[in-house]
Ligand binder design. Structure first.
Ligand SMILES: Nc1ncnc2c1ncn2[C@@H]1O[C@H](COP(=O)(O)OP(=O)(O)OP(=O)(O)O)[C@@H](O)[C@H]1O
Ligand SMILES: [Mg+2]
Length: 510
């Protein structure tokens, strides 16, 4: 036996003292790394066909945001199926989920020692511990019995944490829906204090029936928050109906919201239910609520006040039971003061306001989100591995992300496509050159088009041309930072999107 009972017991005792689960997991990983003298170690949680890293050591920081699908990672699948300690032969041909993700070097890991311990609670798989070492014979002196003890220790820590989590959820959301924890597509990734606070607020408000106003800049994840609230609410088994108020021409808006009866107006050839009716018993998500016209605001308010509505062309009123979630990237309070948004509607909608923090205010989430999107791109593009170079991650962490998470997602996708074209489908490494961010960071900081410079330019070429030049440059810059998204650019520049398109055409930007 090379592990002393003493050291194991001490680790077990120390785990009692961890404050948060996150700290506790990290402490477990740190102690085990010292004990096993391995080069990389990860504690993974198993949920619905994927493994989610809870704590890591010796791996690049973005690994914490990666979600490993079982079907795409044969080593993890082998661990999940094994029921006992798995020792991969040093020359195993199975691709490693951590290919190129182990610190510090890329090349050393081709042949290495790798052990997987499945973690169980009451015979159910709840997670795994992966142990990697550069030296192929590194773990030969540990016998299976010792490794099982380590597995038991980790299982106990993980199952305790899961139990506590479940108890906490029960106190805030009495009807916790299993879908609320559905991994994958709609997960809100983030461990910064701002995001932990946000997740707590989501948990608290989901169980209530209050209307929620979700605020935050473009691309911060407001829509994800709306979905999360609905899925964790008692209404989760009923529909979540989506309506984008910005894409709602005045002429059809009323019918979209409230429906119409046959013959109510030219073209009304059938009865048609509005979004309110479709959302009955469920949730109606009014996206970009700040764009709703004053007329429609008045009509919406009436439904919120009395809970009944009339289809266009129908005298009868319908009772509906709908919870409203609204989102905006505008300063709605400011709009109220400016007379563009009804104060009474604002107060009804903002019973429980939630603000999603901008990405630059939670810099520690950038590595996590980058890993999340890298693993997703890897899978979508069919790559063997997709890693971020250290310099690339540093660049992503330095950039201010005016388009927030959406911009990061697009930047990684674009970089991965560029890298694939150069490096092929095997092992792909994202280097700073694949991101066009540095240029814009530099352009912003070193060469801003100041009013003084613009004025000098105007003297040289005339006011009209100088103004055109300035506008064109501004639009190009904004467009680039929003990943080519025209509507986000229009919002950012505070200009109607139709006007933006016309202007861009005239200036030759399009
Ligand atoms: N915390 C997060 N974890 C994972 N993905 C995220 C997160 N936040 C945002 N995303 C992703 O970023 C993209 C933009 O998010 P979303 O559409 O929710 O933003 P938004 O706040 O509604 O923006 P807009 O105001 O422009 O409509 C989506 O693809 C979403 O899945
Ligand atoms: Mg949105």
């Amino acid at each position: 036996m090379s592990l002393s009972m003493d050291s194991l017991a001490r680790i077990a005792l120390d785990l009692q003292w961890g404050i948060s689960n996150q700290d506790r997991f990290q402490q477990l990983i740190n102690s085990l790394r010292q004990l096993l003298l391995c080069d990389a170690l990860a504690l993974l949680r198993y949920e619905g066909q994927l493994f989610r890293p809870l704590a890591i050591d010796g791996l690049t920081p973005d690994v914490l945001g990666r979600r490993f699908r079982l079907g795409e990672h044969p080593r993890l699948e082998a661990i999940a199926r094994a029921g006992d300690v798995v020792r991969f032969p040093a020359d195993s041909q199975l691709p490693d989920p951590y290919d190129n993700l182990i610190l510090p070097s890329r090349e050393q890991l081709k042949v290495h020692a790798c052990i997987g311990l499945p973690l169980f609670a009451n015979q159910t798989l709840i997670g795994a511990l992966t142990i990697d070492g550069y030296d192929p014979a590194q773990f030969d002196h540990f016998n299976d019995e010792e490794l099982r003890l380590i597995g038991a220790l980790a299982s106990a820590a993980l199952s305790n944490a899961l139990l506590v989590e479940r108890l906490e959820q029960q106190t805030v959301a009495p009807i916790a829906n299993p879908l609320a924890n559905k991994p994958g597509a709609d997960e809100i990734v983030g461990l910064s204090s701002g995001m932990l606070q946000l997740k707590k607020e989501i948990g608290v408000v989901a169980g209530s029936d209050l209307n929620v106003l979700i605020m935050g800049e473009t691309g911060v994840g407001k829509e994800l928050v709306a979905k999360a609230i609905h899925l964790a609410s008692p209404r989760a088994d009923h529909p979540l109906v989506y309506l984008n108020c910005a894409a709602l021409p005045e002429s059809v808006a009323e019918s979209e919201l409230f429906g119409h009866v046959k013959g109510a107006f030219t073209g009304a050839i059938h009865h048609r239910a509005g979004k309110f009716e479709m959302a009955d018993q469920g949730t109606l998500f009014l996206d970009e609520i700040g764009e709703l016209s004053l007329t429609l605001q008045a009509k919406l308010l009436r439904v919120l006040q009395y809970g009944d509505l009339q289809r266009i062309g129908d005298d009868r009123s319908l009772k509906v039971n709908v919870r409203i979630l609204a989102a905006t990237n505008r300063d709605l309070k400011g709009a109220v003061l400016a007379g563009q948004f009804r104060a009474d509607l604002y107060h009804r909608l903002s019973v429980f306001p939630i603000t999603v923090p901008a990405l630059r205010e939670r810099q520690e989430d950038i590595a996590l989100l980058s890993g999340f999107f890298c693993e997703r791109c890897r899978s979508q593009l069919g790559l063997g591995s997709l890693a971020l170079s250290k310099a690339a991650l540093a660049l992503l962490q330095r950039y201010p992300w005016p388009g927030n998470v959406r911009e990061l997602e697009h930047a990684i996708h674009r970089a991965a496509v560029l890298a694939r074209a150069e490096q092929g489908l095997g092992e792909v490494l994202l280097k700073p050159a694949y991101f066009s961010l540095e240029a814009s960071v530099q352009a912003d900081s070193q060469n801003p088009l100041t009013p003084a410079k613009a004025a000098t330019a105007a003297l040289a070429v005339g006011l009209r041309d100088a103004t055109d030049e300035f506008q064109g440059q501004l639009i190009r810059q904004a467009l680039e930072s929003f990943g080519g998204n025209w509507s986000a650019t229009a919002r950012h520049l505070q200009i109607d999107s139709g006007n933006l398109h016309r202007l861009a055409k005239r200036l030759g930007v399009k």
